[in-house]
Design a protein around this ligand. Sequence first.
Ligand SMILES: Cc1cc2nc3c(=O)[nH]c(=O)nc-3n(C[C@H](O)[C@H](O)[C@H](O)COP(=O)(O)OP(=O)(O)OC[C@H]3O[C@@H](n4cnc5c(N)ncnc54)[C@H](O)[C@@H]3O)c2cc1C
Ligand code: SF4
Ligand code: SF4
Ligand code: SF4
Length: 353
Amino acid sequence: MSDVDEGFDVLKEFVIDRGTCCGCGLCVTMCTKGLIAFDGIPKLVGECTECGRCNWNCPRLPSAETGEVIPSVPKAENATEDELIGPYNELLGGEAVKNEILERCQDGGVVTAILCACLESGYIDGAIVTGIDPGHPWKAKPMVATTTDEIIAAAGTKYLYPAELSMIKKAIKESKLEKIAVVTRPCGAQAVRKMQNSDKKAIQRMGEKVKLLLGLFCMESFSDDFLQKEAAEKRGIALEDIKKVNIKKDFIITPKAEENVVIPMDEASSYIRDGCHFCADFASEYADVSCGAVGTKEGSSTIIVRNNTGKEAVELATSNGWLSTRTVSEKALKVPQALSKRKKEHAKPIPSR
Ligand SMILES: Cc1cc2nc3c(=O)[nH]c(=O)nc-3n(C[C@H](O)[C@H](O)[C@H](O)COP(=O)(O)OP(=O)(O)OC[C@H]3O[C@@H](n4cnc5c(N)ncnc54)[C@H](O)[C@@H]3O)c2cc1C
Ligand code: SF4
Ligand code: SF4
Ligand code: SF4
């Protein structure tokens, strides 16, 4: 069977029904006929013509021909190979410089600072970020941002699976962007690389419009109804009054005016996406730059620069006054490596077709 002429039923049988879908949303982008909607899982909403496009770059669908799930990406020149957190050129700690970012961001505001600097300088002409759905507080809403205000408004982690890559279609077709930054989880970074490494020229060209791939560290993601059920219904916290959500072993909810509320991870774990149990990537090993909280002090981010694109983006942010960084030793990798190891040891293998 060829990978070319298969329909949505292949995704359904080998990914969705097996619970391996990570909710990246790339299949939504890939269906040029607009037949795939994402509502927690991808759903077919019209008559599939079996063009096969939605199958080609799914990061959870092994190739029928080779069995390969994710292509191996050649490591950048002079990169240090680390079997736990992936290849890297440089390890940094850092914080955004501007208060408007520090007030909204999750950790050091590094992701937002890099995006703003890259947009301002023309390195990118827009970014795919994830904000909040105004009608449904704490439901994640992926979006195409073309101003620094929009990028800053979307700062902060939503521990959810927003199908962020579904926005690549909008960025290219509607916003007509040519140099896109994508902020995504490790699974999303794998999907983008799969697209960029496609043997189909049109798909490769589409992938090449992703000029900058910013990956977040990620241990797991949770379903949209988590906060509704655990924070609002069980604990009486009004969702629109939540200022920040963080994970420090357990979930910590910071309401605007009250004390923090802790939701034990034991209670939260039933909301973890099934597809996360098949995930062996903690540190966004396929990104140009990876950012996370662990490995650095509170209010700061760990920055793993993996290649020249990542280096250019971080340098733009520091030289244009958006980001402050310092070199950190390999000791900073101890915790990310330990979490990565745990994830790799516990990940279930993706079943073959
Ligand atoms: C599901 C999830 C799990 C995570 N788990 C860990 C962990 O276990 N350990 C750890 O150290 N770090 C984890 N992180 C990363 C961490 O929470 C911060 O996002 C990271 O440290 C960057 O902080 P920052 O202040 O630089 O980002 P900010 O400047 O605040 O920017 C964050 C960016 O991420 C985007 N974003 C928010 N939510 C999502 C999402 N769900 N998918 C895609 N993009 C999104 C925002 O739009 C924004 O552009 C996780 C992130 C996610 C999304
Ligand atoms: S028509 Fe859409 S849903 Fe059907 S195979 Fe092509 S991309 Fe997939
Ligand atoms: S993993 Fe991504 S591309 Fe694959 S079915 Fe799920 S949302 Fe679609
Ligand atoms: S644990 Fe893996 S599959 Fe789940 S959201 Fe994070 S990167 Fe994606």
